[in-house]
Every structure is written in C-alpha cells, then in structure tokens.
Write a protein that binds this ligand. Sequence first.
Ligand SMILES: Cc1cc2nc3c(=O)[nH]c(=O)nc-3n(C[C@H](O)[C@H](O)[C@H](O)COP(=O)(O)OP(=O)(O)OC[C@H]3O[C@@H](n4cnc5c(N)ncnc54)[C@H](O)[C@@H]3O)c2cc1C
Length: 321
Amino acid sequence: MNILENVPMNEHTSFKVGGPARYFVKAESVDDIKEAIQFAKAKALPSFILGKGTNLLVSDHGFNGVIVQLGKFFSNITDLHNGKISAKGATPLARLARYTINEGLSGIHKLAGIPGSLGGAIYMNAGAYGQDVSQTCIEVEFIDADGNLHKRTTNECNFSYRHSIFQEFAKCESKVPEPAEGRQSNLLSETIISATFQLTPATELGKTAKDLEAEMQECMEKRRKSQPLSMPNAGSTFKRLDAGAAETPTQIAPGYYIEQAGLKGYRIGGAEVSRVHANFIVNAGGATAADIKALSEHVQKVVAEKFGIQLHREVILLGEF
Ligand SMILES: Cc1cc2nc3c(=O)[nH]c(=O)nc-3n(C[C@H](O)[C@H](O)[C@H](O)COP(=O)(O)OP(=O)(O)OC[C@H]3O[C@@H](n4cnc5c(N)ncnc54)[C@H](O)[C@@H]3O)c2cc1C
C-alpha cells in the first residue's frame, strides 16, 4: 500500500477547492483497502472513501484523516450475460453507461452525463432524466469498517431519492459528533467495491442500440444547455423538494425558488450562484471552500425567509469548516 501525505484535495474535487488530506491511499486491491482501514485505526484517525470528488466540498483546512480512493484495479466492467452486468467501484459512470449502450441494454444509459464513479453513484443513488441506479441495481458488494467483504441486495440497500443505506452507516459509525445538516461524513464506513445491474435488452422494448444512443445524446444536450459545465461545480447544490410541498412540477426544483429570490449571479468571494442554473454553485475563480459553504447557507437563509422552504444540501462536506 502506497501512502501519500498532505495531498491537496483541490486536485481531487470538481469544485477545485479543498486543503490537504493528511494521508491519501490509492487502493489497488482489496488488501490495500483493509490495510488503509487498519492504518487509520492505528493512528486513531477517521477515514473517508473518495470517488471522483464530484459531489464533495472539502474544507480549506483539509482533512485530518486517511482518504482512500479506489485505483485502476477497481475500474472494470464484466458482462454476466442476459442483461446482467457487474462493474467495480471506481468505474466512471459515463463509461458504464456507454458500455450498456454498445451492448444494447437499457436502464442506466441516461446517466452518461453524471461525472462520478460507480461507488459514488451507489452511495448517492445518483440519477437523472427518470433513471437512477437503484432502479436496476440488484446487488452491491462492499467492505465493512473491519475489512470484511459483504453483499447487499437492492432492498437491503434501502435506496430512496439521493439516499442509500451506505449514508446511514457512515453516520452511525462516525466517531465524530453527529454531523451538521447536509454533512454526511463517510467516516470509518463501508467501501463499495462493485455493483451488479439487471438491464433490459433494447429489443425487448422495441428499440435498438441506436435509439438508446439517441436518448443519451438528448440528455447530454439538455445538460449542455442548462448546466454551467465550463465552470468548476459539484452538480446540484440542494436536493429537490418533496412533490407534496409543491403545486407544480417546477416547484420541486430548488432552482425555481433560488431564481425567484433573485439570487442568480449572487457572489460570496469567488463562489457564485450560477447564472445558467440557479441550483448550481460555481467556482467563478479563486473560490475557497468557505466561500462556497457561506454562499450555500446564504441561499438557504434567503429561500427560507422568502418562501418558508428549507433547502437540504446534496453536496457532501468533509473536514472542519
Ligand atoms: C456537472 C455535474 C453534474 C452532475 N449531475 C448529476 C446528476 O444529474 N445526478 C446526480 O445524481 N448527481 C449529479 N452530480 C453529482 C455527482 O456526480 C454524483 O453525486 C456522483 O454520484 C458522485 O460520485 P463521485 O464518485 O464523484 O463521489 P464523491 O463526490 O467522491 O463522493 C460522494 C459520496 O460518495 C461516497 N463514496 C464515493 N465512492 C464510494 C465508494 N466506492 N464506497 C463508499 N462510498 C463512496 C463518498 O464517501 C461521499 O460520501 C453532478 C455533478 C457534476 C459536477
């Protein structure tokens, strides 16, 4: 196991901010993960599983613990035949979606524009355009905090909107005080190492691989038009609201309220509420993690004051703020 020290996290997060990780391990085997967990325990430090850092805000002070990121060994897709495929935790979701299109399989092809890893997607139950990973995932393999291998079925994963049991476990195992709202420290928790999906052959739906490709391209085009993809960001800042709280479909979108509150373009330091999509905060140049956090709290406060609506952060915070 190769342990690096004081690794700047701005190089590992899509926001391009964040101070140093005290220790950083790129795990190239299951044994590396186990060793990293032991190393953290021996030093009485928390550990954190990093995916591609696309839903993550790391403190400017960094993280005084052990960050474990799955390496190349964990980026792999296996065809199990009859629409069943398995992929390892570090596989980019985009690569997995592309693979399923080439195989003429429907179910996760619309997720091609989500820039995270499969592990991060399972942890978050990532989704877009009517698909999320929980709909087709049938089994998840993971390593627990003691280094033991386990499997969970979909039901056991307790998936719901942007939620999985892996988040619940991260909280209850955490050796630090209960995290503040929106702060789901994945400390001493479970490492997702692979997931298996049961997908539907396009032919069974009266479609071809070309149709799946066209559907995927349509989703990508919607993203290009509606998201600030040229500026560092971490996707949606806040989770959508419960349908029950809204009278029209647009009103479940946090961006609707943020825009109505006149906050598009509002800045704190280098952090800006995107002018393209109000539910995105972008690093408009030289932003700190503190700027981004302060801006997200300002947005929550203004929307609560104006509309009586509490926005819940989707982006995960790591480290001391
Ligand atoms: C431009 C842009 C567009 C986006 N669009 C969408 C979208 O349409 N839909 C959507 O749902 N999200 C979207 N996101 C957010 C993000 O890409 C997803 O949440 C993604 O699933 C996070 O994956 P990641 O590998 O980057 O995880 P990270 O950000 O690295 O981590 C997120 C959480 O997952 C945990 N985690 C990561 N890997 C593992 C693992 N192997 N085992 C256990 N825990 C793990 C981490 O500990 C952390 O708590 C977008 C982000 C960006 C920047």
